[in-house]
Design a protein around this ligand. Structure first.
Ligand SMILES: Nc1ncnc2c1ncn2[C@@H]1O[C@H](COP(=O)(O)OP(=O)(O)OP(=O)(O)O)[C@@H](O)[C@H]1O
Ligand SMILES: CC(=O)N[C@H]1[C@@H]2OC[C@@H](O2)[C@@H](O)[C@@H]1O[C@H](C)C(=O)O
Length: 368
């Protein structure tokens, strides 16, 4: 049986799809990486679908179909560039696009929605598809996120060492892999999402490359304290979040009293907010952490990486590239790894991360 899997991730940044073709026959070997940006229409529709709007069920299905075409394009790109035959790929792990994340609503389990049409993807690729990774966890009382910590442990964990893995995507999440093999994983809060939105609004660019714009101003401490007063930051794990909370209206409401601040200073404050959301959690849960491996697009933000290092002077802050896997490949590889777990019906012990009642197999399988 082939040990080759494809992982496809389109995250909360809405920048597009990252795909990885990985071979797990001896640890992890990445055979290919491909990505595809969303065209502006699909991007704005996916963004709009994060909020309720007219005819949203219909629009969500069509957006899911359009998303699968982008996913299939990435699969074909991976096969073409790696030379791996279609029949040699055991399965695709397809995350889909999160448009709602409300794991706890009222007094029962809530829900989490990832737009995804696994049946269509199976048709378009001729490969088994594993999808819907989060709903079982929510059904078992968990947050449904983050799920990558299990992969972080498998890839970066070292017996006898405590290591942190920080993913900075649209939202940021931290995995603390402890020396005794136990682990803690949860979302920290905003990652690049608020910075991206502010940069798009004021510079017309999708993100602040290398954090150069933010680096040119000093954060406003009063605004920073106002943003950090959000109760999510003080909550104890398990916890997860998304665009449902950290969105542009959230920011605009808090900016109302800071109308005279120059936009660049707001950007510097948003970068500091992301850095603090992450570093405060390291200080709270593992103050003597020796090494923090950073992945996700935020690892490419030089200013953010410098701020993290400054806020965590006793910790060596490194990009995941220095630990063997480039930042934009980690999450996609995680969904290849999670697909393999589903195919092998191997449960994950979810308690320490999502807070689910116990170990569960995550994901459903749509045969080719
Ligand atoms: N060179 C760069 N300089 C600064 N920021 C960058 C750079 N390259 C990417 N980014 C940031 O990384 C983001 C994409 O990161 P990534 O692909 O990890 O997010 P995601 O997977 O969508 O999110 P999530 O992990 O929340 O699901 C971009 O939106 C941008 O903000
Ligand atoms: C609901 C959802 O899509 N959550 C994402 C999001 O993006 C980052 C953070 O918030 C994390 O909790 C999760 O993604 C990663 C892949 C995870 O599950 O580990």
């Amino acid at each position: 049986m082939s040990e080759r899997y494809i992982g496809l991730m389109s995250g909360t940044s809405l920048d597009g799809v990252d795909g990885v073709l990985a071979d797990f026959s001896d640890g992890l070997r990445v055979l290919g990486h491909a990505s595809a940006p969303f065209d502006p229409r699909l991007k704005s529709e996916l963004l709009a679908l994060n909020q309720s709007g007219p005819d949203e069920i219909h629009r969500a299905q069509l957006a899911g179909n359009a998303l699968m075409k982008v996913y299939a394009g990435v699969v074909h790109q991976l096969l073409a560039t790696s030379g791996v035959a279609l029949a040699d790929v055991r399965a695709i792990g397809a995350h889909g696009q999160t448009v709602r994340h409300r794991p706890q609503e009222f007094d029962g389990p809530g829900y989490t929605v990832q737009l995804c049409q696994p049946a269509l993807l199976a048709e378009l690729t001729g490969i088994d598809v594993v999808a819907d990774f989060r709903s079982r966890d929510v059904a078992a009382g968990g947050q449904g996120a983050p799920l990558a910590p299990f992969f972080h442990r498998a890839l970066f964990g070292r017996a006898g060492e405590t290591i942190g893995v920080l993913n900075i995507g649209g939202i940021s999440n931290l995995s603390l892999l402890r020396a005794d093999g136990s682990m803690l994983g949860f979302d920290c809060g905003p990652g690049n999402g608020l910075m991206d939105a502010w940069c798009q609004r004021h510079l017309g660019r999708p993100y602040d490359a290398e954090g150069a714009w933010a680096a040119g101003a000093v954060p406003d401490q009063k605004l920073l304290q106002t943003l950090l007063a959000e109760p999510f930051f003080a909550k104890a794990p398990p916890k997860s979040t998304g665009r449902d909370l950290f969105n542009e209206p959230w920011l605009q409401q808090r900016l109302a009293k800071f109308a005279s601040l120059p936009p660049q200073q707001v950007q510097a404050t948003l970068a500091e907010l992301t850095a603090r959301a992450c570093s405060d959690n390291v200080m709270r849960h593992e103050p003597k952490l020796a090494r923090l491996i950073v992945c996700g697009g935020g690892a490419l933000n030089t200013h953010l990486m410098r701020r993290l290092q400054a806020l965590l002077p006793g910790t060596q802050v490194v990009s995941s590239a220095d630990a063997g896997l480039p930042p934009l490949q980690v999450e996609a590889a995680a969904f290849a790894w999670l697909a393999r777990k589903a195919v092998r019906r191997e449960p994950l012990d979810l308690k320490s991360t999502t807070g689910a009642r116990g170990a569960r197999v995550l994901g459903g399988i749509w045969p080719a």
